[in-house]
Design a protein. Structure first.
Length: 395
């Protein structure tokens, strides 16, 4: 479920729903004829006014859970709220009546149950307004996080940066133990940092933003002066062989297990190359229309979903396909692991999900597809070191 490349879909289109496994009526594919959960502000909106209300509603059925997180300067904070009106509505209850904050990113994860007892999930994000004369960078990963060895530091700016050299100079990424860390620009709104090779386990990485009053564009100045850090945990690199329908999971170089998988079908192959886990969702909705397909599938409760690209490639649990794992490729571009409805703790998908960190690497080989683009998710490991360093504005 990631054919944004064929439909020209942007990140904004794929954050509402994820998706990718092929499924037809013979395989028992679940369908969801309507959106059960409604979130306001709408998904992927930018520059949302702080006066706008934040609401999660279900016209039918009831909300089972709602989690809202506000991110500012790589700091994640839960937004307090409560489900009311018989389970049909969630609203924030924090100070100021739950008023939205300036220059923040909000992430909403909601799960609802319809009148027939069927679960449906919704995952959305939006960002709030930044003063017109200012710019900020949304930073990945979050402060104090423990991440996998493939983590790339990403700054996504809220507006075009014209003076890229000055902005790049105002950002410092250092490591202990020391290693060279180099920047690379993708367009005018994204600046990534990485070392030549994957981080060593135990490395502590510090990111310093000295952007306050740096002129990023004529009359537009930086707002942030922040320092944060994260720690690199154990190494886990998983190799998917699309031809053999297997995934080898290696921990600190040692083979832990080989799992049977299903990858992209001949008409919707999976990208080759190194991809980094950027997000983990216990349950999410996957809809073919959001990634450039027609109405092939709309699965409201995909379990154990691990995001690998911005365009919609996931490694996730699959409970609706039978007899395909380790034998054939039937998905619409994702990598599927056997699971059960609701997500099983001891299934291959549950086993892998419980042992995965954001920042872990999943590499796909043997697919009849091109290599994933270096700016599709955290795909920068697919550029060699010389090309990566050439992406600096000061090189």
């Amino acid at each position: 479920m990631r054919r944004a490349r064929r439909a020209g879909a942007a990140l904004a289109a794929v954050l509402i729903f994820a998706g990718c496994d092929a499924a037809d009526e013979e395989l028992g594919k679940p369908r969801s004829p309507r959106d059960l959960i409604r979130v306001t502000p709408a998904d992927a909106r930018k520059g949302v006014s702080t006066d706008e209300p934040l609401r999660v509603e279900v016209p039918e059925g009831r909300l089972q859970s709602v989690k809202v997180v506000r991110t500012q300067d790589a700091q994640d904070e839960p937004v307090p709220g409560r489900i009311e009106d018989g389970g049909t509505r969630w609203r924030p209850t924090g100070a100021g009546g739950g008023r939205l904050s300036l220059a923040a990113k909000y992430t909403v994860d909601a799960v609802a149950v319809d009148d027939a007892g069927r679960r449906s999930a919704r995952h959305t994000t939006f960002t709030t307004a930044v003063p017109d004369e200012r710019f900020i960078g949304y930073v990945t990963p979050e402060n104090r996080a423990t991440v996998g060895t493939g983590m790339i530091v990403k700054l996504e700016f809220n507006r075009d940066v014209e003076n890229r050299a000055a902005v790049e100079k105002a950002v410092s990424v250092t490591a202990r133990p020391a290693v060279e860390v180099a920047p690379h620009w993708f367009g005018r709104t994204r600046l990534d940092f990485r070392p030549e090779r994957y981080w060593k386990p135990g490395t502590r990485v510090t990111v310093s933003l000295d952007l306050r009053d740096v002129e990023g564009a004529p009359g537009v100045y930086g707002l942030q002066r922040k320092t944060f850090s994260f720690t690199v945990g154990r190494s886990q690199v998983s190799l998917v062989d699309a031809k053999k329908h297997t995934m080898q999971v290696r921990r600190d170089g040692r083979l832990v297990d080989t799992l049977p998988v299903t990858a992209g079908a001949p008409r919707s192959t999976t990208y080759n190359g190194k991809m980094v886990v950027t997000e983990m969702l216990e349950v999410t909705r996957m809809n073919s229309r959001t990634v450039g397909f027609g109405g092939e599938y709309d699965i409201p409760d995909v379990p154990h979903a691990v995001r690998l690209t911005e365009s919609g490639t996931f490694l996730h649990g699959n409970y609706w396909s039978r007899g395909v794992f380790g034998k054939s490729n039937v998905s619409h571009g994702c990598v599927g692991l056997r699971d059960v409805k609701g997500g099983g703790a001891t299934t291959p998908a549950g086993w892998f999900f419980d042992r995965t960190l954001v920042g872990d690497v999943v590499e796909v080989r043997g697919s009849a597809d091109k290599q994933v683009a270096p700016d599709n998710g955290l795909g920068g490991w697919n550029l060699d070191w010389t090309k990566w360093k050439a992406g600096s504005a000061r090189s």
